[in-house]
Structure formats: structure tokens, C-alpha cells
Ligand binder design. Sequence first.
Ligand SMILES: [Zn+2]
Length: 154
Amino acid sequence: MTRVTRGRGVTEEVKHESEEEILDRSLLLLERDERQRELERVNLVIDGAASESGRSAVVGVQDTLEALNARAVRDLVLVDDLRVEGVECQACSYLAATSLRSCPVCGAWMEPSSNIVERAVEQACLSDANVDVVFGEARAQLLAKDGIGGLLRF
Ligand SMILES: [Zn+2]
């Protein structure tokens, strides 16, 4: 509290927040906005993937990888600690959550990977997609769909 004198000796009690308090509150608000935005995006992905009138999104490892292979993903969403075993084509970068030995696209050798999610994120970045790692309620909802999905470009 600080005493502020106004005019004819009228004194008011004014509560001052420290810079730290203001910063804490701003960060809290920002974080809440961020969680809300993530939840909206994940709902958009899940609804879009379920829509029967032309899919605008995909969910699940296999569908998301197929969309990434087709460079069709605009926004990739995933949970932070997702690990999926799979294979990656050494010639054309085709990704699959299988144990295929040869690429279904070009026939080249498929290299096994203990976590193709990392490769999926790299491919999303290379094709100029946004990548969103989600937390909180958005994470819980996405986990029910394998923990990964994406909005499609087309
Ligand atoms: Zn290939």
C-alpha cells in the first residue's frame, strides 16, 4: 500500500502490484490463452477428421503419416512425449508405422526407426506445416486419437 495525496490533503490507499506480480499474472493469462487455443485446434482436427462431407483433417498415426507423405498437412498437432516405431524410406522419405522393408512408393530400402514421430515433425517442417505440441485438456483429447493429427491443406 502506498499513501497518495490528492489535492486538499485527501489521502487514498492505492494498491501497487510489483512488476513481478504483474508479470506472473500476464504469463498466467498467456498460458491460459495458449491452452485454450490448443484445445480449439485439437477439436478442429478431431471434428474435421470425423466429418463425412470431405475430410479437412486426419487423426491417428497411420492417417497422419499418409497425409504427411502426401505433403497434405498444414498444421500438425501432437502430444509431447509421443513415440512410435516405424520405417522411413531412404530414397523418398516415405514414412510408415509398419515394418515394411521396401518402400511402397519407390521400392527403395526402408530404414527402421525407434521413433518416426521425430521424422514426421521434420517432414512437417520441411513442407512448411505448423507444428503444435499440445498440453492439458487438448493433450488428453488428442491422446484418445493416438496423440497425433493434422489439419489438411486440401
Ligand atoms: Zn521411397
